[in-house]
Design a binder for this molecule. Sequence first.
Ligand code: NAP
Length: 231
Amino acid sequence: MRVLVTGANRGLGLEFCRQYLSRGAEVLAACRKPASAAALCELLALHPGRLRVLPLELTDERSIVELARELDRNGDALDRLINNAGVLVSGERFGAVSAEALVQSFRVNAAGPFLLAQALAGALARGVRPRAVSISSSLGSIAATQRFGTPSYAISKAALNMATRQLALALEPRGVLCFALSPGWVRTDMGGPEAELGVDESVGAMIDFLERAGPEAAGGFFDRHGSPLAW
Ligand SMILES: NC(=O)c1ccc[n+]([C@@H]2O[C@H](COP(=O)([O-])OP(=O)(O)OC[C@H]3O[C@@H](n4cnc5c(N)ncnc54)[C@H](OP(=O)(O)O)[C@@H]3O)[C@@H](O)[C@H]2O)c1
């Protein structure tokens, strides 16, 4: 099984790499700065030949296209795309929310994952039981939002949910299953040290669900255990 993980150098992305490697998969670890991805270098030493580190800047369309070309050049198949990379602008206050924060969040969290899945459609179509999963957030649920907070992030994750539904419909004829997952509140740089879950627990549950999910999951939004979340 070949798996591509974005935001692979730390946090949930790094743990996706670890767990898929320990399941015997070949992992393509995409990150902004491969040369300084120390944790991935350690994994490389542990899993020679099964881990490749590739550059990816999600706000740069050329970077996305180049990554997809790399796979297409060799006619490689991709079985799993984990659209994990994301950004959260903290400390936003109403009255001082900037256009830059809104636009940058949208580019990283919604446009980038959509464009990447689009660019990788050919490789995914060649995959076995191919799936493209968006790591979203309960903060992107419009129905669950009851207070003002992290607007750039919340708006961009709601957009990611729609991007995922659009991808599910576009890719279904090619046999690619797409859905969005919320990892829970997890101890990473983004989640902070007070978060309730460790990366191992969150990612373990997400992989269990994403590996067993069937066609009924197409275009859906789920918690890490596979229970549906309100849009
Ligand atoms: N942790 C939580 O509690 C939580 C809860 C709900 C949802 N999530 C979602 O889970 C995913 C992973 O979160 P995390 O907690 O692991 O976050 P994290 O520790 O902050 O890691 C974010 C990752 O995204 C990468 N990234 C940021 N901007 C990028 C860009 N422009 N191009 C490519 N990569 C970029 C970062 O790369 P650099 O190292 O180069 O910055 C890093 O690898 C995110 O989508 C997040 O929204 C997390």
